[in-house]
Design a protein around this ligand. Structure first.
Ligand code: GLN
Length: 386
């Protein structure tokens, strides 16, 4: 959690967004949309504020939101959840992940994450004092796939938890049924808990389907499924997320959550409860993102990058080595001056010095959840790199 000089390090997202502000470069680093979600949802939050829903919400979340989450999981995935005991509202998926890890792992436990991994997964394993072990995603035929043999080798009698993320940030991989079955088999064999970060669940392209691991045999009782409204409805600043799982695990997560934030944004909860039944909003976002993904993949390829085409999320990763850049961190620090664009190095999602870190050192991540004109200008600027 600290920089080499011992100071507390800012996240790579904060560092690169600050760089964009400082230099005026186009920010394709931190993943947040430049167009907000629907006005009607904003109006619902304003109405909730006017109606006086401004004091602590129930610690579990308001019943209407927990019911809407349970209905969503039933409608989309056939998962049956008791909204009273098996759904917990959290302050974004980040708190849901943090509370899950802090509640359920201890020093001496091993936690398997994918690698690259979202920074929160590694940081919270460290905060819990547990040991992180990784299973790499590797680029194969233009997309990232789980190294299943490495996953099996990463497991041990100390494996207490497996943290996965699908659709996957930063690679845009959507784990296949076979990959999820391999993870599930390891979890069952080691009697491990699975925490699955599914915040990009609706942002999948072409005919790729998102499959929650909790729906696989023997997984319901050991899986905490984490998601949020931020990516699905383009309100990343509202920080309304949730954790679903069996009552015993949710009780443990709630116990920690009460001491982290106690409760989450009261007026935003009814607003999200009111829109969670509307599948058209995420469907339209995914359709428009698919076109923007193509624009950015084509633009990066034309600029000389080797692109891994994402099947989901709003990120694309690309290898800059054929442009002569071996170090993505160095490239990202210089990219505002070289091209007027900000990106994020993929090595920031890896354990420094690990084989995956080494092999992805020259890779960078761009977000495409920006307006088309912004992306077009970004691609135009990058085309001058070589
Ligand atoms: N999830 C966003 C990303 O990956 C950023 C969130 C953050 O800034 N912590 O870009």
């Amino acid at each position: 959690l600290t920089a080499p000089d011992g100071t507390v390090a800012a996240t790579i997202f904060a560092e690169m967004s600050a760089l964009a502000v400082r230099t005026g470069a186009i920010n394709l680093g931190q993943g947040f949309p430049d167009v907000d979600g629907p006005d009607s949802v904003k109006e619902a939050a304003v109405a909730a504020i006017r109606a006086g829903r401004n004091q602590y919400a129930p610690g579990d979340g308001i019943p209407e939101l927990r019911e809407a989450v349970a209905a969503h999981q039933q409608r989309r995935y056939g998962m049956t959840l008791d909204p009273a005991t098996e759904v917990l509202v959290s302050t974004g998926a980040t708190e849901g992940i943090a509370a899950s890890i802090l509640a359920l792992v201890s020093p001496g436990d091993e936690v398997i994450t994918l690698e690259p991994f979202y920074d929160v997964h590694a940081a919270c394993v460290a905060l819990a004092g547990a040991t992180q072990v990784t299973a790499p995603l590797v680029p194969r035929d233009g997309a990232f796939r789980l190294d299943v043999a490495a996953l099996r080798a990463a497991a041990s009698p100390r494996t207490r938890m497996i943290i996965l993320n699908t659709p996957h940030n930063p690679t845009g991989a959507v784990l296949t049924r076979a990959e999820l079955e391999a993870i599930a088999a390891v979890a069952r064999e080691r009697d491990a808990i699975v925490v699955t970060d599914e915040v990009y669940e609706h942002l999948v392209f072409d005919d790729v389907a998102h499959l929650p691991i909790a729906t696989l045999p023997g997984m319901r009782e050991r899986t905490l499924t984490v998601s949020s409204s931020g990516k699905t409805f383009s309100f990343t600043g509202w920080k309304i997320g949730w954790v679903c799982g069996p009552a015993d695990l949710i009780t443990a997560v709630r116990t920690v959550k009460q001491f982290l934030t106690f409760t989450s944004g009261a007026p935003f909860q009814p607003a999200i409860a009111g829109v969670l039944g509307d599948d058209d909003v995420p469907r339209a976002l995914a359709a428009s993102l698919a076109g923007r993904r193509d624009l950015v993949c084509d633009g990066l390829t034309a600029a000389g990058f080797d692109v891994a085409v994402p099947a989901g999320t709003y990120f694309v990763t690309a290898d800059a080595s054929s442009l002569g850049f071996d170090d993505g961190v160095d490239l990202c620090r210089r990219l505002p001056e070289l091209a007027g664009v900000v990106a994020v190095p993929v090595s920031a999602f890896c354990t420094p010095g690990s084989p995956t870190w080494e092999s992805l050192r020259s890779w960078v991540r761009f977000t495409f959840v920006k307006e088309r004109a912004t992306l077009e200008e970004g691609m135009r600027r990058l085309s001058g790199l070589r």
